[in-house]
Ligand binder design. Structure first.
Ligand code: 5GP
Length: 137
């Protein structure tokens, strides 16, 4: 019998970053506390938690408190205050995690070619080992 995991089905759907924000997504539910997560950092503009499927020894997701589909949506619609607050939060999380000296990588997937899976802007922070080439070839 074929079993279907609904969470994975939802994650596998490619995000169309041109669509309006829909607050029924997983990260909106995490922000509302409807889905559990382990808080790494929180302020007025950002919330950070470990990725459920870590792809490096350190793999942190940072999301804005506001509802934005992607980097495109955020850079278009967010206020200067939200953008500054979010960018500073990403930097502070990496700095406070001791990642500046060894180094880290930021990634924000946008749309189908990037394999964006969740339609709420998230910045991945990868670190903890040499991370290899920028893109798979
Ligand atoms: P994307 O491919 O959209 O850039 O990345 C989405 C990320 O969200 C994936 O790395 C995936 O493992 C992570 N993710 C999806 N659902 C959950 C969840 O419920 N909790 C946590 N902590 N991470 C999740």
């Amino acid at each position: 019998m074929r079993t279907v995991n609904l969470i994975n089905v939802e994650l596998a759907m490619p995000v169309d970053a041109t669509q309006p924000y829909d607050d029924n997504n997983i990260f909106a539910k995490i922000l509302r506390g409807e889905i559990p997560s382990t808080k790494i950092y929180e302020d007025e503009f950002a919330y950070a938690f470990p990725d459920i499927n870590a792809q490096a020894p350190t793999h942190i997701l940072v999301i804005p408190k506001g509802g934005y589909v992607s980097w495109d949506d955020f850079s278009d619609r967010a206020s200067d205050t939200e953008i500054a607050g979010f960018v500073r939060a990403v930097g502070k999380i990496a700095r406070d995690s001791g990642l500046v000296e060894p180094g880290y990588r930021l990634l924000a997937n946008t749309g189908p070619d990037s394999h964006q899976e969740v339609p709420h802007l998230h910045v991945h922070i990868f670190a903890g080992r040499p991370l290899g080439p920028m893109l798979a070839r």
